[in-house]
Every structure is written in C-alpha cells, then in structure tokens.
Design a protein around this ligand. Structure first.
Ligand code: SF4
Ligand code: SF4
Length: 116
C-alpha cells in the first residue's frame, strides 16, 4: 500500500507514462484472477511468453492490433470537462498499480503528484 500521507490527485501521469512508474508484467495469480472473472478484454492486452517448465512472463499492456507495448495504459480515461483521470479496471487492476507509489521518493522520481 502507498504511504498514509499519499493522496492521489487523479492526474493520470503514472498511467500516461507507464514505463516511468510501473512494472511491465503481471503475476500468474493476476492472470488467473482475470480468467476467473472472465476479463478477456483485459487478457487481450497481455502477451504471455513461455520461459520453459510451465513458467511464463506475462507482459502488459501489449496492443492486440499491433503487438507493440503501449506507452499509455489502455484503461485510462479522462473525465469529461475535468483535468482528472480514472482507471476503467479499478476493481481488478494489477497489484503494482494498487501499490503505487511505494514511497515518497518513488513518487517524486516517477512524476507522481500524490504528496504535493
Ligand atoms: S490499469 Fe489502471 S491504474 Fe494501472 S496503469 Fe492502467 S489505468 Fe493506471
Ligand atoms: S501520478 Fe500519482 S497522483 Fe497522479 S494519478 Fe498516478 S498515483 Fe495519482
């Protein structure tokens, strides 16, 4: 969980500049959760690469159309007439999104405004 003094400003920066803030893969457990929830719309954006002996690395967010990773998260939406953003998969978003930022230092290094 982020530190208690953190308050998200919904600026969207972490989800617009993904590579600065977040990991680029998710765990087997997160994949299993999305499968259980029938979230094939999310799974479409995952590229699972076999590493041998039933191990995979699950890369996100990979465009199902081009096969390229995207710089901006596909689940980010700007609220109409406001300079604020929301996550369209908030209830099932990846763990690293839930835990961001890990510290004030992490926030400052990655352009998060949650401690301003
Ligand atoms: S899943 Fe949600 S919180 Fe995570 S990067 Fe995308 S929009 Fe942001
Ligand atoms: S960069 Fe920080 S303040 Fe802005 S949306 Fe992400 S978590 Fe919230």
């Amino acid at each position: 969980m982020p530190p208690k003094t953190f308050k998200c400003k919904q600026c969207g920066n972490c989800c617009i500049n993904l590579s600065d803030a977040f990991q680029t893969s998710v765990s087997d457990e997160e994949i299993a959760l999305w499968e259980m929830e029938g979230r094939y719309d999310i799974l479409e954006w995952v590229n699972s690469i076999p590493l041998g002996e039933d191990h995979y690395i699950h890369d996100i967010w990979i465009s199902p159309k081009t096969g390229d990773d995207v710089g901006r998260c596909p689940w980010l939406r700007k609220l109409p007439k406001q300079d604020k953003y929301i996550c369209r998969i908030h209830d099932v978003k990846p763990e690293h999104c839930r835990n961001y930022p890990k510290s004030r230092e992490h926030a400052e290094k990655t352009g998060c405004r949650g401690f301003e």
